[in-house]
Structures are given as C-alpha cells and as structure tokens.
Design a protein around this ligand. Structure first.
Ligand code: G4P
Length: 295
C-alpha cells in the first residue's frame, strides 16, 4: 500500500513550529492513544530539546484500557509526564495544571535560584493533524477564559490563553507531521481515518483492518457482525495469500450481513469496506489499540 503525503506544506510548518517552541517552557504533545507511535512526530525530541515535556494520550475513550495504562507508564518513564484523555469531555483542569507545573518544577527552581522573577509557565500544544489539538484547546481553555492581547517583544502577534494565574497556553497548536516514509505509520493513520480516505483504496484498507483485528483482537469482528471470522475453509486463488483470501471472505460476510449487495446479488465491496472501517473508527467494535506498548 503506497501512501501519498503532502510534503509541500512541510517547510512552512517546520519553521512555524520551531519559532513557536522558542516562546514556551513546556511542549504538550498530543498523540492518538490508538496509535501512539504512528501518531508521534519523529523529530519532536529534536524540536522540543531543552523544554519540559508532557504527553497527552488523547482519544483514550476509543483505545484499549489495558494498553492505555501501559502506554501511559511507558511515556511517564521515557518523558516524565503522560495523561490519558478524552478531549471532547470536561477535562480535569486541576490535575492537568498540576502535571504541567510538576513537569516544569526543575525549571522554576532554576529560575528562582538565579533570582529571576517568577512568571507564568508558557505552554504550547502540538501534534500531527487530527489527534484532537483544537478540541483539547477548546475544552481546556473553556469559554470563560479571556485571551490575553499581544505582548511587546518576542510574543508579538501571538495570542495566549491564560489558564490560571500560573499558566499561559499558546492559542494556536503546533502542527507536526507524521513519519512520512514509514509504510506501517501510513497504514495505521489511514486505519484510524486521519489520512484522507480518498488517497487509499478503501477495500484494501478494510481487509488490512480485518487481518489486524483477527490477529490482535480475535472474536471482535465475529461478535459484532454475527459471522464466522475464522473462515478456516477458505481456498486462496492463484496469486492470493491465505491471509488476504481470509480477509476477503470476512469482508464478504460483513457485506452479506449488512445488506451491501449490488444488482444481481454480488457484494458491494465499497459499501462493505466503508461499514467495516466506520464501525472501527466510531468505537462500535469496542476499544482497540493498534500499537502495543510492549512491542
Ligand atoms: P486537530 O486539531 O488535532 O486536527 O484535531 P481536532 O481537534 O479537529 O479533532 C479531530 C477529530 O477528533 C474531531 O472529530 C474531534 O471531535 C475528534 N476528537 C478529538 N478528541 C477526541 C477524543 O478524545 N475522543 C474522540 N472519540 N474523538 C475526539 P471530527 O469527526 O473531525 O469532528 P466532529 O464530528 O467531532 O465535529
């Protein structure tokens, strides 16, 4: 599967992100909890060098609970702070502000020791497209919070949202890019629907999903659609792998069950594929994580 990206926009995005990161004390990185590795920018450690860090595993409501915990521990170990989140819901502001403060504790102590006047911690949110950056900023900042105006000097042109007296958040999130060249990353982002559907063949994607779920979450597809997901008696056609033959048989069974038929009674593969992908993305197949924390 060949994923087409949009590298044309990258130069501007990189420059903007590098400029903005200079203005802040802490970089809050939002990842998609279903694909924490694939939704991570490969250059973030370089871009955010010297800054305090916090990872938010967003869309945790759609991801496997045991994996959520495992990923949270892993990021805590590797970066210092991590929190699970459903950005569409009310956010526990107190907890998050506490985490930001503790992530910045060393820096605050250093500034104090140098006799510097204490000023609010400045934070920025960043992440690849679709991880929930805007949703997070909206629910974290809430309506009651007034935006601060332009400030003289370095922050000219930037809008800051005052979260409490101690923390200010840059109101525009930093847009990062995924690891373009990695096929698995492309597949994972396509599966969760964060890459434009038109650039990938839907039926191939649906079959890939079927194969991945049958292996990592056996029984989920069978239970949801009331079909035999083992498809043990499948006979591959010439040039077709057994895996692919099985996935196709399952896709056909899904189509049959959901009435996706074309004139003459054959399966409407594109509708069956769309249903398969939609059931996964909307959480109807249950909470699923495509990347395991211990892998
Ligand atoms: P971005 O700024 O990083 O590009 O992402 P954005 O906030 O636009 O969110 C992308 C999509 O993800 C939105 O759905 C949003 O509602 C959804 N979303 C954000 N956070 C969460 C979360 O924690 N859990 C779940 N389940 N969904 C989340 P959309 O379909 O594009 O828009 P809408 O139909 O919700 O309006």
């Amino acid at each position: 599967m060949d994923v087409q990206w949009y590298p044309g926009h990258m130069t501007k995005t990189v420059r903007q992100m590098q400029e903005d990161v200079r203005l802040v004390d802490i970089v809050i990185e939002i990842l998609d909890a279903r694909v924490p590795v694939s939704s991570r920018n490969p250059d973030i450690d370089r871009i955010a060098a010297g800054k305090s860090r916090l990872v938010l595993l967003n869309k945790a409501d759609l991801a496997d609970e045991a994996e959520n915990k495992a990923w949270q521990l892993r990021f805590e170990r590797e970066l210092g702070g991590a929190m699970l989140l459903d950005a569409r819901k009310r956010i526990d502001k107190k907890k998050l502000i506490g985490m930001i403060q503790s992530a910045c504790a060393e820096k605050i102590a250093r500034d104090r020791a140098k006799g510097m006047k204490e000023r609010p911690i400045r934070a920025m949110v960043c992440g690849i497209p679709n991880v929930g950056k805007s949703t997070f900023i909206n629910s974290f900042a809430g309506r009651a919070i007034a935006k601060t105006g332009n400030k003289p000097g370095v922050t000219r042109g930037k809008q800051w949202i005052r979260l409490d007296t101690k923390i200010e958040l840059l109101d525009t999130p930093g847009l990062l890019w995924p690891k373009f060249e990695d096929r698995i990353v492309g597949e994972n982002l396509a599966l969760i629907g964060s890459i434009n559907d038109q650039i990938l063949p839907q039926d191939e994607l649906a079959m890939l999903l079927i194969t991945r779920l049958c292996s990592a979450y056996p029984g989920v597809i069978g239970d949801r659609f009331g079909i035999d997901e083992k498809a043990e008696d499948v006979i591959p056609l010439a040039g077709q792998s057994e895996e692919s033959a099985r996935a196709l048989t399952i896709l056909e069974a899904v189509g049959q069950k959901r009435g996706c038929l074309v004139k003459g009674g054959g399966i409407d593969y594109s509708r069956a594929s769309a249903i398969m992908l939609d059931e996964f993305r909307s959480g109807n197949l249950g909470r699923i994580t495509l990347e395991k924390a211990d892998a």
